[in-house]
Write a protein that binds this ligand. Structure first.
Ligand code: G3H
Ligand code: ZN
Length: 306
C-alpha cells in the first residue's frame, strides 16, 4: 500500500483505546524489521526518522526505503519526521514525501515555538500532511533515570497545551509527563492524571516520547488516558547493537557483514512485536484501512487553516 498519513490513524487509535507504535529507524534493516513485524501483527505502524538519521543518510534515502517497505505491506505505514528542529528540515521532508511531520520547538520560548509550529502546519496542511508539535519538554538523559522532581519542571501544563494547540493548529501533541529520552533502564513513572487532563483539554491525540525508559505496567493506563502514539528508539538500538556484538564475538574473523546485521534485524523484530502487543495495536490494521478518509491520502489537497 502507499504511505498513509498519521492523521486518521492516530485519531482512530485515540477513539478506540490503543496506541500506534512509532519506531525509529536508522538503516534498511531497521525499516524492514519494523514494517515486517507490523504486517505479521496486522498493526498500523509509524516508521520515524530523526533529524540525526537524516543528516546521516539523507531524507530521500529514507523516503525511498520506507516507501518500498510500505508498498509491499498490507498494513498502513506512516513515514514520520521525528524531532524536526527547524522549518527547513520539515520542508525537506515534505518534499521527500514524508507523510507526517514534527516540529520540536520545546527548547524555544512559547511564542517562538507557536510561530514556527504554525508555519510548518500551514505548509504541511496544504498538501494533506499532519504535524506533531511539542509543548513542555521531554528531556534527554545520558542513559540513566532522571529523578521525578527534576522531570517535573519540564511537565506539560494542560492550559498551556490548549493555548499551544489553538494557536498552532497541530494534529497531535508530544507531552512531557514523566518520561525522558534515551533511558537504558525501564524506570520512568508517568503522571497519568496529567495525561488525562491534557487530553480532556485539547481533544487531539497525545504522543509519548522516551518510551524506552517507561515501565511496561505504565503503558495501558497512559493509553487509556489519551496517549495514541508511542515513540521507541533507544530500546531498538540496544538490541540491535547487542546482537552485532554477540555475532562479532562469536566469529571476529567474519567479513560478511550480513552475518551481523541479519540477527540484529531479527532481534529488533521481537522487540517491535512486544511493543505492538503492549500498545494494543495488534489486529487494528484492517479497520483503519477499510474507511481511511481524505487525510489518509497525501495526494488530497486541503485548505490551509484560517
Ligand atoms: O522521539 C523518539 C523517542 O521519543 C524515543 O525515545 O529513545 O527514549 O525510546 P527513546
Ligand atoms: Zn522523542
Amino acid at each position: 500500500m502507499p504511505l498513509v498519513t498519521s492523521k486518521d490513524l492516530l485519531e482512530r487509535a485515540a477513539r478506540e483505546g490503543y496506541a500506534v507504535g512509532a519506531f525509529n529507524a536508522n538503516n534498511m534493516e531497521m525499516v524492514q524489521a519494523i514494517v515486517e513485524t507490523a504486517e505479521e501483527e496486522k498493526a498500523p505502524v509509524i516508521v520515524q526518522i530523526s533529524q540525526g538519521a537524516i543528516n546521516y543518510a539523507g531524507a530521500d534515502y529514507f523516503a525511498a526505503l520506507v516507501k518500498i517497505a510500505a508498498q509491499k505491506a498490507l498494513v498502513p505505514v506512516v513515514l514520520h519526521l521525528d524531532h524536526g528542529m527547524d522549518l527547513r528540515i520539515n520542508v525537506q521532508c515534505l518534499r521527500a514525501g514524508f507523510s507526517s511531520l514534527m516540529f520540536d520547538g520545546s527548547r524555544l520560548p512559547f511564542a517562538e515555538n507557536v510561530a514556527i509550529t504554525r508555519q510548518v502546519v500551514e505548509l504541511a496542511h496544504m498538501v494533506g500532511v499532519p504535524v506533531e508539535g511539542e509543548i513542555g519538554k521531554v528531556p534527554t538523559t545520558g542513559g540513566e533515570a532522571v529523578p521525578y522532581e527534576e522531570l517535573r519542571q519540564f511537565f506539560t501544563k494542560p492550559e498551556e497545551a490548549v493555548e499551544f494547540f489553538q494557536a498552532s493548529g497541530v494534529d497531535s501533541l508530544a507531552v512531557s509527563v514523566g518520561s525522558a529520552h534515551k533511558m537504558k533502564v525501564q524506570e520512568a513513572i508517568l503522571d497519568i492524571e496529567r495525561i488525562a487532563a491534557i487530553r480532556e483539554a485539547v481533544q487531539i491525540p497525545l504522543v509519548l516520547h522516551g518510551a524506552s525508559g517507561v515501565k511496561d505496567d505504565q503503558i495501558p493506563a497512559a493509553v487509556k488516558a489519551g496517549i495514541a502514539k508511542i515513540n521507541v528508539a533507544t530500546e531498538l538500538g540496544k538490541v540491535y547493537t547487542a546482537e552485532i556484538k554477540r555475532a562479532f564475538a562469536a566469529d571476529p574473523d567474519e567479513v560478511d557483514l550480513r552475518k551481523y546485521t541479519a540477527p540484529a534485524r531479527a532481534a529488533v523484530k521481537e522487540v517491535v512485536r512486544e511493543k505492538i502487543r503492549l500498545f494494543g495495536s495488534q489486529g487494528k490494521a484492517p479497520a483503519v484501512f477499510v474507511d481511511g478518509g481524505a487525510w489518509s491520502r497525501p495526494d488530497v489537497v486541503r485548505e490551509a487553516p484560517e
